[in-house]
Design a protein around this ligand. Structure first.
Ligand code: IPD
Ligand code: CA
Ligand code: CA
Length: 248
């Protein structure tokens, strides 16, 4: 777990950047599409991640959401990072955002670390070694859908998915205990892993949204697939359904 500990330390440092941010001067810019926002802090955190993570594993490829650092991951190690997952929440001071760092080994999710600086919650997992929240092992819940919370995501900039998403949400709403939409895909996955929710789904996510969470949910005993039941992809966008294994 040595690498995991080192990544956790880097994420704590990045968390301080987010907590101490001068949000009124965050330099908010629109990327392509409706409400697809980026701030100077997304870029600043990504720069710190790139510099420090590559000191931990110099041989790794670094893939980050911002600044088009979208190289291909081949065999060997590749970091896939989202410097702020929940940028809209960050801009609004909604206080539900995280830093998400996934590490692929030979193209497969291998390590995941997700840190929410607002709640000081560090979720981490390494393949074969279980999933942890602040050092304590976590596990998905044993609840069926009628006793479950279903979390969904849908980004305003993927307008073509919104109608179908809300139709699916309505179907789940009739069958589950309640519905949530948080604004951070990585934390949504961690909440399933920790047994706080039973399912998270979204019709289009990118590898940096889900790489870390995939390891964390799987190591917590849950299941991660696309909406069609295929493996999620780490080289292109896909849909996702992460569950406790009982809710479909
Ligand atoms: C977004 C959040 C959101 C999800 C979007 C993501 P960002 O990431 O995770 O919950 O619905 O699909 O793009 O833009 O805040 O990093
Ligand atoms: Ca994201
Ligand atoms: Ca982001």
């Amino acid at each position: 777990m040595e690498t995991v500990r080192e990544i956790e330390e880097i994420l704590r440092e990045c968390g301080r950047i987010i907590l101490e941010a001068d949000r009124k001067n965050a330099g908010i810019n629109e990327k392509s599409g409706k409400a697809n926002l980026v701030t100077v802090y997304d870029k600043r955190v990504q720069d710190v991640l790139q510099e420090k993570l590559l000191k931990v594993l110099p041989e790794a490829v670094f893939i980050g959401e911002e600044e088009d650092v979208h190289k291909a991951a081949g065999n060997g190690y590749a970091f896939i990072v989202d410097p702020i997952d929940g940028t809209t929440n960050f801009i609004k001071d909604y206080r539900f955002s995280c830093i998400s760092v996934g590490l692929l080994k030979d193209r497969n999710p291998y390590i995941g670390v997700v840190y929410n600086p607002y709640s000081d919650e560090m979720f981490s997992a390494k393949t074969g070694e279980g999933a942890y929240l602040n050092g304590r092992q976590i596990h998905v819940s044993g609840n069926t859908l009628d006793k479950g919370i279903v979390i969904f995501g849908t980004a305003p900039y993927y307008e073509e998915f919104s109608r179908k998403t809300f139709d699916i949400v309505y179907e789940y709403f009739k069958k589950c205990m309640d519905i949530r939409r948080s604004g951070s895909a990585a934390l949504d996955m961690c909440y399933v892993a920790a047994g706080r929710a039973e399912m998270y789904f979204e019709l289009r996510v990118c590898p940096w949204d889900i790489c870390a969470g995939t390891v964390i949910v799987t190591e917590a005993g849950g299941k991660v697939h696309t909406m069609e039941g295929e493996n999620v992809t780490m080289d292109k966008p896909c849909s996702i359904k992460a569950t406790n294994g009982l809710c479909i």
